[in-house]
Ligand binder design. Structure first.
Ligand SMILES: [Zn+2]
Ligand SMILES: [Zn+2]
Length: 714
């Protein structure tokens, strides 16, 4: 099996004296090069004459890919319809051969650049945001620039040489190290999870507990049991860059840090970590979804924290959902899987309902803290002044909180200053030339940027359509605009903005968390990254600037996701002694989503969601698979989409919706059309999709991507 999108493995001749076994990593000739591949389990094609077979070029001295991992690769490929070689590449990516690893690299010079940078140079600095030094080649690859750009930056003093981080050996976490005292609810839940791990058989448990109930401490006891069993544990987090507080908790429990795995690791750290996992020296890994493809020899536990998070879905390349594949990996390894959330997805709740997953509940907050009280601010009745976005009751509440010396948070899930810029003279809207999307104003950077393709232009002084001067005006708020308004309203408050484009890298997020814990901040203004599991004991007020935001668009899961996100944001308030309060600014306080949040009755809301989806066989009570057609031209995209529409499968319990232009009908210059296959739950979609795709010929420049169980419909 070669790490490329071929439909299956290739046959090679085994030279005399070589005895490769399934899983061995080998060098093989391919065209005029040598490539790394893995001996796969498939039987050889006897129809290929011996003279056509090329010989294996050699064995690579690296741990073989174990049969569990090969089966997992095959399973993911079959489920997602991705070419198996492309899936295998995710498990093989770090096996390097030949080249000696460099020892010197670069870090950012301090202070940063005085002048404005070229786009290429800015990308290089972004690639160094995490403070980890990187080698020239790696840096150039991540930033997508030539090595000359890196050297030029070093010559002009923007980069300084740095010794590449040596990787410390992985210390063994100590399961007997005394952890924090658990409540009786936590103790009971931990005992059940310990049993599941000790049973050494496959099981799935939902650990469902209110925000602040101490779920992490409970599943760390399952990790401890896994260590006692001599097996390895994997914890998946949705955003590993925001995990500083999680890592501190882990260290408090086990006295050492776990091995960390994500795509942003320097390549030598990746290589050492990969080898340590393969040898069993790294016994606990915390990672992003790609950690599922690490070569664990004996995986005994897989935890998926914040299992409802859409960040677990990989939308490019191999399109897979890490939560669902984590369950598959656990089954193949006879491991326990634990899915953790305060707001479980309807998919997981449906699996609990039919008895496929067990469920543990933590109904109260840890240490006797009360859940925050939630109230809606009706923007129709008590809305803000014209041109403002914070309503008087919210401003009053922030003032009162500041006066008590407690912390407040304003949440708006939108980066930048304004989502739309238009000309008040001619009505022209600033749109991305490559995408069906408005350009978002980033006032700090004085730029208009597309959030889909990254296209960025300076804010023009004149309207590009009518030429009127100073006629462009921002419409609607982003988090930068809310910061501006908050600065005027609360001039003495010490503010901190938390957005993914202002906090680059794990260090920035960790510094922010420490500043908040140390009460060096009074007012936090942030996008969705503030919703991520943080524990800020002095935060007592959360204001949601636009609670209706996620409901627009009419996505199947819009309501479910809005409830989950806002409940998570709300859950940051009042986690210690002082009670928390949450205010939702909304134009429809009567909406079931707002009602569920105000009443705190998520179970009733989810039951209502289930009742709405069940009759129409919408997920999780039916299956969906999307085909996304894309091409350089609209004509080619339309023709291919029409062909797929004509060849659409028909039958009992299935239905094809579309073709229709995708909501993002142009993305990065490609024209996009969508078709959606909807089936009953008892119908397997993969054979239908394979037969369907087999009936259609794809022309040059056109592509069909398959998304089984789609979460995004853009
Ligand atoms: Zn104009
Ligand atoms: Zn764009």
């Amino acid at each position: 099996m070669l790490p490329y999108p071929f439909p299956g493995p290739f046959d090679y001749r085994v030279p005399a004296g070589m005895d490769p076994q399934p899983g061995d990593v080998v060098l093989v000739p391919l065209n005029r090069r040598e490539e790394v591949g893995v001996v796969w389990d498939a039987s050889a094609d006897e129809g290929v004459p011996d003279r056509k077979l090329k010989p294996l070029a050699g064995l690579i001295d690296t741990p073989p890919m174990r049969s569990e991992l090969r089966r997992f690769v095959d399973w993911v490929a079959a489920y997602t319809l991705a070419p198996p070689g492309e899936v295998m590449a995710m498990a093989l990516r770090v096996v390097a051969h030949g080249v000696a690893a460099p020892t010197m690299g670069w870090r950012r010079a301090d202070p940063g650049p005085a002048a404005r940078l070229t786009e290429a140079r800015r990308r290089v600095l972004d690639a160094l945001a995490s403070q980890e030094p990187r080698a020239t080649g790696e840096l150039a690859r991540i930033a997508g620039v030539g090595a000359g750009v890196v050297r030029g930056m070093a010559d002009s003093g923007l980069l300084v040489p740095a010794v590449l981080t040596a990787v410390a050996p992985f210390a063994a976490p100590n399961p007997e190290h005394p952890g924090e005292a658990l409540s009786s609810d936590q103790t009971a839940a931990a005992a059940v999870l310990r049993q599941a791990v000790a049973a050494r058989v496959f099981s799935v448990t939902l650990l469902d507990g209110v925000t602040g109930s101490g779920k992490t401490e409970v599943y760390l006891e399952a990790v401890a049991e896994c260590l006692r069993q001599g097996r390895q544990a994997l914890v998946l987090l949705p955003e590993i860059a925001l995990s500083s507080q999680w890592l501190e908790r882990f260290e408090r429990r086990f006295a050492v840090a776990p091995a960390v795995w994500h795509s942003d690791l320097p390549s030598r750290v990746r290589r050492v970590t990969w080898a340590a996992v393969a040898e069993g020296a790294a016994s606990v890994v915390v990672g992003a979804r790609s950690a599922l493809f690490l070569p664990f020899p004996d995986l005994g536990l897989v935890v998926v924290d914040e299992e409802h998070e859409t960040a677990f879905k990989q939308e490019e390349g191999v399109v897979y959902h890490a939560r669902d594949m984590a369950v598959v990996r656990a089954r193949i390894c006879s491991a326990a899987a634990v899915l953790v959330s305060a707001t479980p997805s309807l998919e997981t709740l449906a699996n609990v309902e039919v008895g496929r997953y067990a469920r543990l509940t933590l109904p109260t907050r840890h240490g006797g803290a009360a859940l925050p009280s939630v109230a809606a601010i009706d923007m129709r009745a008590t809305g803000p002044e014209r041109g403002q976005f914070l309503a008087p009751p919210l401003i009053e509440a922030v003032r009162a909180t500041l006066a008590r010396g407690e912390q407040s948070m304003l949440f708006l899930n939108r980066r930048g200053y304004a989502p739309l810029t238009l000309c008040r003279h001619c009505g022209h809207r600033m749109q991305c030339p490559n995408c069906t999307a408005w350009l978002v104003e980033h006032r700090v950077r004085r730029a208009l940027q597309c959030h889909h393709c990254g296209h960025s232009v300076p804010i023009p002084d004149e309207c590009p359509a009518c030429g009127a001067a100073n006629s462009l005006v921002p419409v609607g708020p982003g988090v930068e605009r809310i910061t501006e308004e908050a600065t005027a309203a609360f001039p003495d408050a010490r503010r901190l903005v938390m957005a993914s484009d202002t906090m680059t890298g794990p260090h920035a997020a960790a510094d922010a968390a420490r500043a908040i814990e140390a009460r060096a901040v009074d007012l936090i203004i942030g996008t969705q990254i503030v919703a991520k599991g943080w524990h800020f004991p002095h935060l007592t007020l959360v204001g949601v600037v636009d609670a209706d935001l996620g409901l627009a668009g009419g996505d199947l899961r819009a309501a479910e996701r809005t409830v989950q996100l806002l409940h998570q944001v709300a859950g940051r308030a009042g986690r210690a002694e002082a009670p928390g309060r949450v205010l939702l600014q909304t134009f429809s306080p009567e909406h079931p989503v707002m009602q569920a949040l105000v009443e705190g009755d998520l179970a009733a809301f989810m039951a209502r969601e289930a009742a709405q989806r069940r009759p129409g066989h919408w997920p999780p009570y039916g299956r969906l698979a999307a085909l996304i057609v894309s091409a350089d031209s609209a004509t080619v995209a339309d023709a291919l989409a029409r062909d797929l529409g004509r060849a659409a499968p028909r039958g009992d319990g299935m239905e094809v919706l579309g073709p229709a232009p995708a909501p993002l009908s142009i993305l990065r210059g490609r024209h996009r059309r969508r078709l959606l296959l909807k089936t009953r739950r008892d119908v397997a979609v993969q054979p239908i999709l394979r037969a369907w795709l087999g009936k259609v010929t794809t022309t040059r420049g056109a592509r069909v991507e398959v998304d089984v169980d789609p979460l995004s419909f853009l």
